[in-house]
Design a protein around this ligand. Sequence first.
Ligand SMILES: Nc1ncc2cc(-c3cccc4ccccc34)c(N3CC[C@@H](N)C3)nc2n1
Ligand SMILES: [Ca+2]
Length: 448
Amino acid sequence: MFQKILVANRGEIAIRVMRACRELDIKSGAIYSEADNKALFAMYADEASPVGPAPAGQSYLNAEKIIQIAKQTGCDAIHPGYGFLSENAKFAKRCEEEGIVFIGPSSKVIEKLGSKIESRKIAKKAGIPTVPGTEDAVTDVKEAIAIAKEIGYPVLIKASAGGGGIGMRVVNNEGEFKDALETTMKLAGSAFGDSAVFIEKYILNPRHIEIQILADKYGHIVYLGDRECSIQRRHQKLIEEAPSPIMTPELRKRMGEAAVAAAKAAGYENAGTVEFIYSNGNFYFLEVNTRLQVEHGITELVTGIDLVKQQILIAQGKPLDFKQEDVQIRGHAIECRLNAEDPLNDFAPSPGKIRRYRSSGGPGIRVDSGVHVGYTISPYYDSMISKLCAYGQTREEAIARMKRALYEYVVTGVTTNIPFHKAVMENPEFVKGNLSTKFIDNNNIVEA
Ligand SMILES: Nc1ncc2cc(-c3cccc4ccccc34)c(N3CC[C@@H](N)C3)nc2n1
Ligand SMILES: [Ca+2]
């Protein structure tokens, strides 16, 4: 049993992990930067240690300082949350070297799955549908053009070490290729320290559907249903739901088993998400996210399984205490990410001090918030205020509850995207479940 876990993150996810620790009777340690010294998560933990100045590079990304704090405060394990160092193989390896349990997959698996080229090979070998494209990195434009001719334009050039849509470039014809290939390789080199790129057929207007998996240390791997994450802006997810409006028991079984096969082939342990794109009845493997995701709460709502507690139990060497057939998807859950951003200023973060704050409640509502009255949203980090989740027996009930909860939510002092979320909940295409990754582009969402 762990006595104490260091939560190497901030805001709502830090509180989320600390809540799981408290329920498991495990002490929690926080790290906080100078910008977060009055933050809720730092007060919530059993112990809080300053980790450095506000810039993430000097605080939440300072691997050696975090490991030093873990050792000095007697932590057995570190939970990285999402973002920051959560998918950083070097950090996971340093934890392993220092005898501190990294709550997640092994550093080797994080490294392997951090390469999209490697991940595609694993998926293909496991018989999982992948997007038509190249097996390996391409460097030679002639070779790339030959492949593109074979699979047909438009194609995507993707950075193997990329994430969240960074280092992705659409190529519509042969003439564009040379420049697109060179710029994408250069960008990948400078952004990720790895200029390897590969080619995929560009699937137009797909849905973005992902499968949650849990794997213990004894080879038991289960999938915990699906999440639709198509409503995003510049690869920032805004609204997610579980299950996907187009999901059927057969499709869920096919995608779930594909996700488990990929995890098995990769030697996966702990919580992970296998990302797919879906179009015209076909789904294609994209990548594996080797961390707990922001939107994990909607899966917890429809399965009743606490993913963070499962992560901690798995990291302690406990076998899963349930099987695939025990997993039931019941009802429908929607998550709206409430951000301090100004839709009239191109959704730029709108940092500032929260003057009045009252979050929603009542039947079927879950709020994961990291803020409070008087809290200043920092310009140094993401502009998230909270995640508002609404659960219902049906999608219609979940939407009705989300509309009510958005009506109840009061935040003044900063501009928020609550009006955007209200407008989506009223949007006929959304209500019909007609989603795609082009939803925001295709529907001019008039702020309510
Ligand atoms: N071959 C092929 N075709 C269409 C794709 C569509 C996406 C995609 C996924 C989710 C949202 C998007 C928004 C704008 C553009 C693309 C997307 C995509 N992503 C986005 C980030 C990363 N998760 C992979 N890969 C794609 N790959
Ligand atoms: Ca990813």
